[in-house]
Design a protein around this ligand. Structure first.
Ligand SMILES: Cc1ncc(COP(=O)(O)O)c(C=O)c1O
Length: 432
């Protein structure tokens, strides 16, 4: 089945999907992944394993086996500087210098330590932190706890930009909030986890700076699929995870960026792994932070949860982030068109902004029965996410998803809705 296929369509988007796959310069990456199931469209929750990630994990295991403790200095990529070394590899994906990026901790822990750091280093800035109501909850949990630990009432000092439509955040409202409220730090996502809206990082950063505030971002839903220019845009700090578009595996080590302007600040959660490397093993009584983003590491780098990232980054860099973004936009444009043309009649609407520069890598399809629809899709071999209250989140990740896959997804979704298969799914998720 090939819904929405229309060779006469002038926007060029409707070329035969088989032809588009055949002409896709990234198509060959598909066979370098083990993609589970029939149609895996959930790579913005957990990316699949690649041959490269498996090899780099295997290499770390072999080094552990053969070198034991010597691997800290003698491994192919010495473990002592593993976090910094992977940071170097990542830097071009986020538009930063190598020493501004390190892999460490988890995303939530990185929010704790970075927000805490800049609450401590207020330098005349008010303690207020500006977020938005559509953020992934962990961001608010961490920020509230950092405020509370410093004696600030989060209900008073966490300022929340509201959404006008329940899906998106207007950058104008972020700017207006900066004018109205006492804000010392703006902390926003690059891409909203539910609707997939891509926010304008440069504009938000400029506005924050004009109001004397710092700008930090959670790039969990964009790193590896949207190119970034953090240094050029003057961003102060950022965090992200590696298990989504970077395909580094469940619970993989996270990443962080700190602008070189802030090197030397005292990390809120200090630990010996963030110590100046040259003297770390002098085991001094007092902490001297590394003069780099490496200072925000805390404890020993978890080598086995970082090793797959080494391989998976090779693939992303080989594919090229600009080509990945180009294909991602083409895939999501196709998906949006198919929803408009063939699925609207069944109650589906697109909840993701249509402008390419306001779209991340996934598409939110809204349907009143989204939870049961997602479950029925899983029953048909299609892995997607349900996000309450009404979103089926669909991620055609460019390294292993093709245009035929997107058409096949639309066909299977139409089949679910046409046959009412979702009505047989119990509200608790089981299929009766
Ligand atoms: C925007 C965002 N931030 C943070 C996280 C999770 O952070 P952690 O890796 O610490 O669980 C997620 C997880 O999906 C997320 O979507």
């Amino acid at each position: 089945m090939d819904p929405g296929f229309d060779p006469d369509r002038p926007d060029g988007d409707a070329a035969d999907p088989r032809e588009r796959d055949a002409n896709d310069p990234l198509a060959e990456f598909r066979e370098r992944f083990d993609v589970p199931g029939e149609l895996y469209l959930d790579g913005n929750s957990l990316g699949p394993v690649s041959d490269a990630a498996e090899r780099s994990l295997q290499r770390a295991l072999e080094e552990w086996r053969e070198l034991g403790i010597e691997a800290w200095t003698e491994a192919d990529r010495p473990w002592f500087r593993y976090g910094e070394s992977l940071g170097d590899d990542l830097a071009s994906l986020v538009g930063a210098d190598g020493d501004e990026v390190v892999v460490a901790n988890s995303t939530t822990v990185n929010i704790h330590t970075l927000v805490g750091t800049f609450l401590d280093a207020r330098d005349g800035r008010p303690p207020g932190i500006l977020v938005n109501e559509l953020d992934f909850p962990t961001d608010h949990y961490a920020i509230r706890s950092q405020l509370r630990q410093r004696g600030y009432d989060p209900d008073e000092h966490l300022h929340v930009v509201e959404s006008r439509d329940g899906r998106t955040i207007a950058e104008d409202d972020v700017v207006a909030a900066l004018e109205d409220r006492e804000v010392g730090i703006v902390f926003m996502p690059s891409v909203l986890y539910r609707s997939g809206q891509l926010l304008d990082i440069e504009r938000i950063t400029d506005a924050a700076h004009e109001h004397g505030a710092l700008a930090g971002f959670d790039l969990a839903h964009s790193v590896g699929v949207v190119p970034h220019e953090l240094s050029a845009h003057g961003v102060d700090f950022a965090v992200w995870c590696s298990y989504k578009y970077l395909n580094a595996g469940p619970g993989a080590i996270a990443g962080l960026y700190v602008s070189e302007r802030h090197f030397g600040e005292r990390p809120a959660l200090a630990g010996w792994w963030g110590h100046e490397k040259e003297t770390q093993f002098e085991l001094r009584e007092r902490f001297t932070p590394a003069d780099s983003a490496g200072a925000w590491q805390i404890g020993t780098v978890p080598v086995l949860s970082a090793a797959p990232l080494a391989g998976s980054l090779e693939l992303v860099r080989e594919a090229g982030i600009d080509r990945i973004r180009e294909k991602s936009l083409a895939l999501t444009a196709t998906l949006i068109r198919l929803v408009d043309e063939t699925l609207e009649a069944y109650g589906c609407t697109v909840g993701t902004p249509r402008a390419p520069d306001a779209r991340g890598g996934h598409v939110a399809i809204e349907h009143p029965e989204a939870e049961r629809v997602s479950e029925a899709l899983r029953e048909r071999g299609v892995v997607v996410d349900f996000r309450p209250p009404n979103v089926v989140r669909v991620c055609p990740a460019p390294l292993y998803t093709g245009f035929v896959d997107v058409h096949e997804f639309a066909a299977r979704l139409r089949d679910v809705l046409e046959t009412g298969a979702h009505e047989d799914v119990d509200p608790d998720g089981s299929v009766s």
